[in-house]
Design a protein around this ligand. Structure first.
Ligand SMILES: NC(=O)c1ccc[n+]([C@@H]2O[C@H](COP(=O)([O-])OP(=O)(O)OC[C@H]3O[C@@H](n4cnc5c(N)ncnc54)[C@H](OP(=O)(O)O)[C@@H]3O)[C@@H](O)[C@H]2O)c1
Length: 308
């Protein structure tokens, strides 16, 4: 009898987990022949799966990565899985603003086109500092991408219609920005949440300043994904999280679906500045839709990266 109960309970858990992990796939099969796409952090996790999918659709995919060895290995895998030779890597360390400038300079010299920029790279909550003394999360997740996008914006406008897709996280809702302390670096998870909230404001402001210029902007929450982010933590933490990830998180291939959707869909293009989950527009908390805060963050970021 106990045996029967165990089987029934196991089946129930199996189907509940399967239901919890159910996600939508991007059903728009549009090809991207002739398009050039940059994916930051395309050497692992969601970025690599996005690169495979977009290369498969015929795009020229450039993964922008900080470690050339990892990038080279990823390029080989992306080529193999996508059956495309039009994949390459370029060096970019978002924790170093000189590296961001160097990347943009060499990209703009080498490449004529830029149709889609995927701001994917990200650091989870770690209490470290970038080379320019910004907190790692704010510096990499927001400021690095802020500078990158600004320097590439003229090329995106030339190649309109073009798109900027920025990976954020639904955990944005647990924090608000403190303009007295944008460089907040105390509780790791909160540092991460603030950087992901900054990604949302940033994405909205890109949409606002490019309105009518053929560039559209999307903030994407990919779901909770079994990617490589735990590598920044201790083995004990990793082992613990591994079990939770296995039970509740989705594979990277699924995590990439909403990014792919925002890269190809006409429906998404009607919602520039929007927030997307599960291949459809989602609603943000009202404080995350505050255009005045988005503008204020943009101006503060311009000063921090010496752009103005
Ligand atoms: N996984 C989730 O559940 C989840 C949920 C919500 C949102 N997201 C967001 O999704 C995005 C992708 O994350 P993921 O889950 O795929 O994590 P991941 O596997 O850890 O990938 C992160 C990528 O970012 C790169 N990166 C980190 N710091 C960098 C820097 N300074 N310069 C250039 N590249 C850098 C990493 O390069 P290295 O390999 O060299 O470290 C790696 O390629 C992130 O923005 C994350 O915040 C993820």
């Amino acid at each position: 009898m106990y045996f029967l109960y165990t089987i029934i309970a196991s089946l129930a858990v199996f189907f509940i987990l399967k239901w919890l992990k159910k996600r939508r796939y991007c059903t728009d099969l549009r090809r991207l022949d002739g398009k050039t796409i940059i994916i930051t952090g395309g050497n692992s996790g969601i970025g690599k799966e996005t690169a495979i999918a977009l290369a498969m659709r015929g795009a020229r995919v450039i993964i922008a990565c900080r470690d050339p060895d990892k990038a080279e290995k990823a390029v080989r895998e992306i080529k193999l899985k996508s059956h495309s030779l039009n994949v390459l890597h370029m060096e970019l360390d978002l924790a170093n603003l000189s590296s961001v400038r160097e990347f943009c300079k060499s990209f703009l010299q080498r490449e004529k086109k830029l149709d889609i920029l995927v701001n994917n790279a990200g650091m989870p909550g770690v209490l470290e500092w970038t080379d320019n003394n910004f907190s790692m999360c704010f510096g990499v997740n927001h400021l690095g991408h802020f500078l990158l996008t600004n320097l590439l914006l003229p090329r995106l406008k030339e190649c309109a219609p073009s798109r900027v897709i920025t990976l954020t996280c639904s955990s944005y809702k647990y924090q608000k920005l403190d303009f007295q302390d944008l460089n907040y670096n105390q509780l790791p998870f909160f540092t991460y949440c603030r950087s992901k909230l900054a990604n949302i404001y940033f994405s909205q402001e890109v949409a606002r300043i490019t309105e009518g210029k053929g560039v559209t902007s999307y903030a994407v929450h990919p779901g909770f994904v079994q990617s490589g982010w735990t590598c920044h933590y201790s083995i004990l933490f990793r082992m613990l999280v591994q079990v939770i990830m296995w039970m509740f998180f989705v594979p990277c291939e699924i995590g990439a679906q909403t990014v792919i959707y925002c890269a190809v869909s006409d429906e998404a293009a009607k919602h520039s500045g929007g927030y997307f989950i599960d291949c459809r527009p989602a609603t943000l908390r009202p404080f995350a839709r505050d255009a005045a805060v988005a503008k204020k963050l943009w101006e503060a970021s311009e000063r921090l990266v010496n752009l103005a």
